[in-house]
Design a protein around this ligand. Structure first.
Ligand code: RUQ
Ligand code: CUA
Length: 765
């Protein structure tokens, strides 16, 4: 028996199933030796201990970072700074099949503008959905600055579900920001332009015809999608609206938006005019826009909006008359505006000022109620005096940009771009408490859940714009540098430098890892992009290929280690649509699919159904295969697309076959019996311990039996062929049983290892 198990274990090993090597590889080097050899200080060692996540352990927080010009989102863990995933959003991404299969293409193409395919994005500000102002881990939103769009990502599967195009802007920067219950996601225009689509006005008419604005996208939480019809915008002057934030607590219902270039300067360096940068920072102040969005939504519902490009826009005139739009001067060229967790203050940082300005929501409201305005801007918007709105100003250093909050009351962190520092300061007392130098030119910074009503403290990340000499050089284009900082003590400690090589991340948000509850599989036959049953889905045994005219439609399935069907025959010029359902239930058993030279690719996770489509416009023979190394016989997960020339007639009608003997058949049957013995021994172990206390193991065991269940009927089948002395069919069907056994054993061994490593205990039988 022992020897048989050993032999089968060898077989399984040969089939590529790995066991964790019980290595006895310890080195003679001591900690001191290593510190000396690697020139590591005590301080380094402390930092390492704070960031190192031992093998098998997980991170405490998950970061969603904008991917800048990559048009994607980067997901990584804190404190390890290990990258976990890139999320395809505005850009085709082949690994996930994004833009290479029909279902994801449908999402990507929602981002077409004026009928044009746009295949890149400049992602800036991610936002996690909130409930009562706290991150709830359900959805992620991110904007595209270059082509004004917003995307919805569902955190149940980390897939992009929707892209909406802003109907009236030509760019947008100050987004995405969510209201405390994610009723709205909003974005501010950046560079002013005419609101009507394809309307031309010369720059000489900038003040009259160019406009900025704020768009409030209505989020339908039940559908998990933005409802464009219930969304609206507020028209604003051409002041280059910038970063924004939503009020919370006492200021809930209001939004705050910075601006720069309220000079409304129009450059023209090529005509001898001073450039934008001079003209846009000439005045001492710009404006904070203060908008009552709740009231604006009511006005829109009451029919007070004007339709522009089919979209509801509350015009400035109405907004002023109804008393929902105000301006407050702020020191010139401000950048970030960040509402404090208690919702009482808005902290504005001015790029060209050494101060941060703390505005009081209470004071602003008092001025509004009293009708106390110092003036009106050229468009008639009431301007509240700076001193009537300001709580205090605090000198922090050069180039303050963005502010985040700590779990401890009154503590804030502000990035200082020019100084390349982080200032930790107290906004209640108005004093700096610590400063930390970071590497070159910090833009945004991010603390854990640090823009919610319930910041978690602990860590801060400096999103540095330059890496310069920090890493091993990789050519003139450098990665970006995210630096992890420990903020759990009075003094900040720099822990780690992480190169980010995928575009320029602007902002990032971090959530407690335990709040994320992504699924591991879909309900069989799901179109993950619509969350609905996929019409092309089939179950095992229902696979079918049909042809109507020149349209060939394949409904197929994938399971370790075969694709059904294994041949697809079409005539040259046919339009081929292939729907594939992954029948796996096992965690992480994704199959990929591609057809040689037809530029299609799909990633099909357990339960998902995906469609690829192409015109078979070249005659010939095109292998298709599974692109994920899914099992020992992954390479055999293959098939042929046969594109037949016009008028082609077969001359040979039988396939070449292997010649198997009775001895081959008997050897296979023995192999099946041996493997079953292994499975039985693994099952005996698993059921001898408290495996039911481990949900991951319960799922694996379920999946294992699911695989084993597929052998049903196959024994009768191979024995039937054997009785007829058809050794080929007898041997191959017996072999197929073994294929399922291998997968069962693989899962069983994974479960066993997990139980052994996680302290499973014997249970009384
Ligand atoms: S911003 S440039 Cu968030 Cu500082 Cu985009
Ligand atoms: Cu499925 Cu490789």
């Amino acid at each position: 028996m022992k020897a048989r198990i050993k032999q089968s274990v060898t077989l399984l090993l040969a089939a590529g199933i790995g066991f964790a090597a019980a290595g006895a590889a310890y080195s003679a080097e001591s900690l001191q030796d290593v510190m000396k050899r690697r020139n590591i200080s005590q301080q380094d060692l402390l930092a390492a201990a704070k960031t190192y996540v031992p093998t098998g352990k997980r991170d405490e927080f998950v970061v969603f970072s904008s991917g800048g010009q990559s048009g994607q989102v980067i997901v990584y863990g804190i404190p390890s700074m290990r990258i976990l995933k890139y999320l395809a959003v505005f850009t085709p991404e082949p690994w996930q099949g994004y833009g290479f299969d029909e279902n994801s293409k449908a999402v990507l193409r929602q981002g077409n503008i004026d009928g044009k395919e746009i295949n890149w994005g400049d992602t800036h500000h991610p936002a996690i959905s909130e409930t009562d102002g706290k991150y709830d881990g359900q959805y992620l939103f991110i904007n595209d600055k270059a082509n004004p769009r917003l995307a919805v990502i569902d955190l149940r599967d980390f897939e992009t579900k929707q892209i909406v195009v802003n109907p009236i802007f030509k760019s947008e920067h100050g987004g995405a920001f969510v209201t405390p219950n994610t009723d709205y996601i909003f974005e501010a225009a950046q560079y002013a332009a005419p609101l009507e689509n394809k309307k031309f006005y010369p720059l000489e008419e900038f003040n009259e015809k160019y406009r900025g604005g704020m768009t409030y996208w209505k989020f339908d939480r039940k559908e998990g999608r933005i409802d464009a019809k219930k969304s609206f915008s507020v028209e604003l002057p051409p002041y280059s609206q910038d970063l924004s934030d939503a009020g919370k607590g006492p200021s809930d219902g209001w939004s705050f938006t910075n601006s720069f270039c309220s000079e409304r300067y129009v450059g023209g360096i090529e005509k001898g005019r001073p450039p934008y940068e001079a003209g846009c920072s000439a005045k001492d102040t710009d404006y904070l826009h203060v908008i009552n969005w709740k009231k604006a939504a009511e006005l829109v519902a009451a029919g007070k909006a004007k339709k522009i490009n089919g979209h509801d826009v509350l015009m400035m005139e109405t907004a002023i008359k109804e008393g929902i739009l105000f301006l407050v001067p702020e020191p010139k060229s401000p950048h970030g505006v960040d509402v404090t967790p208690d919702g009482k203050f808005m902290i504005v940082a001015g790029k060209l000022d050494t101060h941060v300005s703390v505005y009081s929501f209470e004071k602003i409201q008092a001025a509004i109620k009293a009708g106390k305005f110092e003036s009106h801007d050229p468009y008639g918007i009431p301007v509240i005096g700076m001193k009537d709105a300001l709580d205090k100003q605090v000198q922090l250093g050069l180039g303050p940009l963005h502010t985040q909050y700590d779990s401890k009351p009154c503590l804030a962190y502000t990035s200082l771009y020019v100084d390349s520092q982080v200032a930790k300061w107290n906004y209640c007392e108005g004093k700096v408490v610590d400063k930390l130098s970071v590497h070159y030119n910090i833009g945004h910074l991010m603390s854990m859940e640090g823009d919610s009503v319930d910041p978690k403290g602990r860590y801060l990340v400096a999103l540095n714009k330059l890496a310069i000499d920090r890493f091993v050089p990789v050519g003139p284009l450098h990665p970006q540098n995210h630096q992890l900082i420990d903020i759990s003590n009075d003094k900040m400690q720099l822990l780690y430098d992480m190169p980010l090589p995928l575009g320029e991340p602007h902002y990032a948000v971090a959530i407690e890892a335990t709040k994320l509850k992504p699924g591991v599989r879909y309900k069989v036959g799901t179109d993950s992009r619509t969350d609905k049953p996929h019409p092309g889905a089939v179950r095992a045994g229902e696979e079918v290929t049909t042809k109507k005219g020149n349209k060939v439609e394949v409904k197929g399935t994938l399971i370790r280690s075969h694709i059904t069907p294994e041949t697809i025959e079409v005539d040259v010029g046919d339009e081929v649509t292939i729907h594939l359902t992954n029948l796996e239930r096992a965690q992480d058993e994704t199959h990929g699919f591609t057809v040689s030279t037809y530029n299609v690719h799909a990633s099909i996770e357990p339960g998902k159904t995906v469609t690829v489509k192409f015109k078979a416009d070249k005659e010939g023979v095109y292998p298709y295969y599974c692109t994920e190394f899914c099992s020992a016989l992954h390479l055999e997960m293959q098939g042929y697309l046969l594109v037949k020339p016009k008028g082609w007639k077969p001359t040979k009608t039988t396939l070449a076959a292997g010649s198997y003997t009775e001895a081959d058949y008997k050897a296979t049957v023995k192999k099946v019996a041996d493997t079953q013995a292994i499975i039985d021994s693994v099952v005996a172990y698993i059921t001898s311990v408290n495996y039911k206390d481990f949900p991951d193991v319960v799922a694996m065991v379920e999946d294992a039996f699911d695989q084993l269940g597929k052998t049903k009927g196959l024994k009768e089948k191979h024995e039937g062929f054997a009785a007829k002395k058809d050794w080929e069919n007898a041997n191959l069907w017996a072999e197929q049983i073994w294929q399922y056994q291998v997968k069962t054993a693989d899962l069983g061994l994974r479960a066993k290892t997990y139980l052994e490593q996680n302290g499973a205990k014997k249970v009384a039988k």
